[in-house]
Design a protein around this ligand. Structure first.
Ligand SMILES: Nc1ncnc2c1ncn2[C@@H]1O[C@H](COP(=O)(O)OP(=O)(O)OP(=O)(O)O)[C@@H](O)[C@H]1O
Length: 322
């Protein structure tokens, strides 16, 4: 079959997961991932990322909603989905007495049409550790072995649950490069991560989860654009905030001062920065320590978590008052 890049290889609709005891960890999650895309699930601890990914991997049945991976239900039609997907769990759990090469060979025995184990070990930079026992690997090297095993079946869809946790900066960059190369070759990747820089570098699209729901979704640029940009500078000697041009007319939506430092928030960065610089030029003053920046994904993440918590508190108060 011709690969269609517009085809949704992962489709999740109103997905729910309830654990024994009645706790609802996933509360109506909807998203889709196109072929050849890297999609990142972000969220605070306990947001429900792993609980969601496990449903996509077919490890549990949803309490409600629908999941399709490559057009199949990954739980009831596991036999159709499993050979075409690669899974890197948060905790691999290998027999620790085996060597790296033995582990890869053992795993390859369970995968139909597996790639040569040495090839996947080389992909993740573990070829020199082939003879080392798993128990002697560092945490980061174990994560790389996990990734190598997920690649044995040359999967169309790769699930990566926190793939770079425990890796040093170089290992993280190497993994990013490998995941990008896999995407460029057409692999669809769904990853969870706590590293916002990782999502910013890798993800074509992302969703931020909070408390079992998706709080926002879009490209990293779209998600970042939901938050205001910032302009910071020091007030020139002898000037006060009231001497600045009317801030609202510059598109500034809020400001704070800390001694002589002024911080402006705006959704119209160019207009606000231009207005401020024209004013400084005319007043013949210099704005020391001037810093003009768009929101980062980290700011968007923190801003969204704060907004969601504030909305929940307001909702609870309203219910309490009613
Ligand atoms: N087996 C379980 N039984 C009951 N509750 C569970 C179980 N597994 C997870 N939970 C709860 O479900 C919620 C979501 O957990 P999950 O591991 O999916 O979050 P996460 O977003 O992956 O978090 P983290 O970033 O910390 O890995 C948490 O409140 C967690 O305590």
């Amino acid at each position: 079959m011709e690969a269609n890049e517009h085809e949704h290889v992962i489709e999740v609709t109103d997905l729910r997961r309830v654990y024994g005891g009645g706790f609802e960890a996933v509360r109506g999650v909807t998203f889709s991932v196109r072929r050849g895309e890297i999609f990142a699930l972000l969220g605070t601890n306990g947001a429900g990322k792993t609980s969601t990914v496990e449903l996509l991997e077919g490890l549990a049945a949803p309490a409600g909603g629908r999941v399709r991976v490559l057009g199949h239900d990954p739980y009831t039609d596991r036999a159709a989905v499993r050979p075409r997907t690669g899974v890197m769990l948060q905790e691999g759990g290998f027999p620790s007495e085996l060597t790296v090469a033995e582990t890869a060979r053992m795993w390859a025995g369970c995968v139909s049409g597996a790639r040569p184990p040495a090839e996947v070990l080389a992909l993740v930079g573990l070829e020199s550790k082939a003879g080392v026992r798993v128990k002697q690997l560092s945490g980061g090297q174990r994560r790389r072995l996990d990734l190598a095993l997920a690649l044995l079946g040359d999967p169309e869809v790769l699930f990566l649950d926190e793939p770079t946790t425990g890796l040093d900066a170089e290992g993280r960059r190497d993994t990013w490069e490998l995941v990008s190369t896999l995407r460029d070759a057409g692999t669809t990747v769904l990853l969870t991560t706590h590293y916002l820089e990782e999502a910013e570098q890798l993800a074509d699209r992302l969703a931020i989860m909070h408390d079992g729901r998706i709080a926002t979704t879009g490209t990293p640029a779209e998600v970042t654009a939901t938050q205001p940009s910032r302009i910071t500078f020091e007030l020139p000697e002898g000037y006060f905030v009231g001497d600045l041009p009317p801030l609202a007319e510059l598109g500034v939506t809020g400001h704070e001062t800390d001694g002589r430092t002024v911080r402006l928030r705006t959704r119209e960065l160019q207009r606000a920065a231009t207005g401020l610089l024209v004013w400084a030029e005319r007043a013949r003053v210099e704005l020391h320590r001037l810093d003009v920046r768009s929101a980062s994904l980290e700011e968007a993440f923190l801003g969204i978590a704060k907004e969601v918590s504030a909305a929940e508190t307001a909702h609870t108060r309203k219910e309490y008052a009613a």
